[in-house]
Design a binder for this molecule. Structure first.
Ligand code: DX5
Ligand code: ZN
Length: 227
């Protein structure tokens, strides 16, 4: 299995020096940069839009991984394609014509991701899995950084790992988002994740970005050895 990607969420970064914060994460070995887009309707919070995603694109060398927590995501696919998103992920709860939306994301030259809230069953993705490049499992209720990992998420990741493997879809990325820390990342990786989002575990006042990414990497490698 290829190495698990670390995707720091800029939601917890210092926005007065966003470019530096992105570069610090990449120098420390983070492969993806995770961009959390919230509209104040699908989730209570309002965060950033295509302009800041485009700024992240200019700062980053690697992959820009955009997570749309917005109603009617189909209205903004072009805007995020122009912003330079590599992965564009939409919520199954927010997209009423999910198959069409996923096709459109790919037509626009991006990789298509689908994600689901903690209470939405893994099985709700069964029909769409053959059409996606990424599945994102929310391990907190979306809306805010710094929440605690919901323990039952691990079984859900394992279930999706099985669904992908049994469907001959081993190439699809399986990403986990919310409450991922050096303490929780081991079980996430052992359950079969291929990428992990980390916001407050990477960007916090306690240690440097380099130390925080290093700690996550060490925990991931220990878990990779065990699977
Ligand atoms: C939650 C966002 C997450 C969040 C993760 O709504 O989708 O990406 O920023 O933050 P942590 O890692 O602090 O839970
Ligand atoms: Zn996210």
């Amino acid at each position: 299995m290829s190495r698990v990607k670390i995707a720091p969420s800029i939601l917890s970064a210092d926005f007065t020096r966003l470019g530096d914060q992105i570069r610090e994460a990449e120098v420390a070995g983070a492969e993806w940069i995770h961009v959390d887009v919230m509209d104040g309707r699908f989730v209570p919070n309002i965060t950033i839009g295509p302009l800041v995603a485009a700024a992240a694109r200019r700062a980053a060398q690697g992959v820009i991984d955009v997570h749309l927590m917005i109603e009617q995501p189909e209205r903004y696919l072009e805007a995020f394609a122009e912003a330079g998103a590599d992965f564009l992920t939409v919520h199954v709860e927010a997209a009423s014509h999910l198959h069409r939306t996923v096709q459109r994301i790919r037509e626009l030259g991006m990789k298509a991701g689908v994600t689901l809230n903690p209470a939405t069953p893994a099985e709700s993705l069964s029909e769409i899995l053959p059409y996606v490049d990424l599945v994102l499992v929310m391990s907190v209720n979306p809306g805010f950084g710094g929440q605690s990992y919901i323990p039952t998420s691990t079984a859900k990741v394992a279930r999706l790992r099985r669904m992908l493997d049994e469907g001959g879809l081993g190439h699809v990325e399986l990403e986990v988002d919310g409450g991922v820390t050096a303490e929780t990342v081991g079980e996430v990786v052992r359950a079969g994740a291929t990428a992990v989002v980390a916001g407050s575990a990477v960007y916090n006042g306690r240690s440097s970005v380099a130390e925080n990414v290093g700690r996550l990497r060490a925990a991931i490698e220990a878990a990779e050895g065990a699977r």
